[in-house]
Design a protein around this ligand. Structure first.
Ligand code: ADP
Ligand code: 5GP
Length: 183
């Protein structure tokens, strides 16, 4: 049996990764979406074990020390990380696994899982990125400012990744993602 692929979708917060991913999973239900662990508080409607595993900082640090995470990073004051065992299990079963993670963690995958396909999603412009973050209506002014200042540095790192895709027209971006994964 062939092993599955590891696919990493990264890019700045608000660029549309989550939205693109939901459409991609609808079209390709065979893809396995990894559920991350985080120390951030759940947003209204988020379910433990489905959107994230919500853990405290002590538990997260234990997971790091025990080598239970494929990658992890601190983002906007919270820890986020990918549990290793489910990813390895699915890949061994021949299932392709997709991670939707921020840029620092995605960069680490290059070393821990060199065969991964790493896709970087770019916004059409910084002004459009700000509009999307504001339009989502989920972040405080302070969080928006932190996300935007981090986005500038993240976008400069886009060339380090295997494929760069601008999420302007969503359908077009999806076609490019599909071509990178299945083409
Ligand atoms: P991320 O997961 O990268 O943080 P989201 O998927 O939450 O980003 O998207 C942020 C906002 O941008 C959402 O309100 C979403 O509807 C919107 N959005 C996503 N893709 C596009 C697009 N191609 N054109 C316009 N708005 C978009
Ligand atoms: P949010 O708080 O908006 O859910 O996520 C903030 C950022 O953390 C997003 O860019 C998201 O892609 C990223 N993220 C989610 N899970 C992980 C993870 O397991 N590892 C890393 N490095 N980033 C993650």
């Amino acid at each position: 049996m062939q092993v599955g692929k590891l696919i990493v979708l990264t890019g700045p917060s608000g660029v549309g990764k989550g939205t693109l991913l939901r459409s991609l999973l609808q079209r390709h239900p065979e893809l396995y979406l990894s559920v991350s662990a985080t120390t951030r508080q759940p947003r209204p409607g988020e379910i433990d074990g489905q959107h994230y595993y919500f853990v405290n900082r002590d538990k997260f640090e234990q997971m790091v020390s025990a080598g239970e995470l494929l990658e992890w990073a601190e983002y906007a004051g919270n820890y986020y990380g990918t549990p290793l065992t489910p990813v390895e299990r699915q890949i061994q079963l021949g299932q392709s696994v997709i991670l939707e993670i921020e840029v620092v963690g995605a960069r680490k995958i290059y070393h821990t899982f060199p065969t991964a396909l790493r896709l970087f999603i770019l916004p059409p412009s910084l002004a459009e990125l700000e509009q999307r973050i504001r339009g989502r209506g989920q972040d405080s002014e302070e969080a928006i400012a932190r996300r935007l200042s981090r986005a500038k540095a993240e976008i400069e790192a886009a060339d380090e990744f295997d494929v760069q895709i601008v999420n302007d027209d969503m359908e077009q971006a999806l076609l490019l993602i599909e071509a990178a994964i299945f083409g």
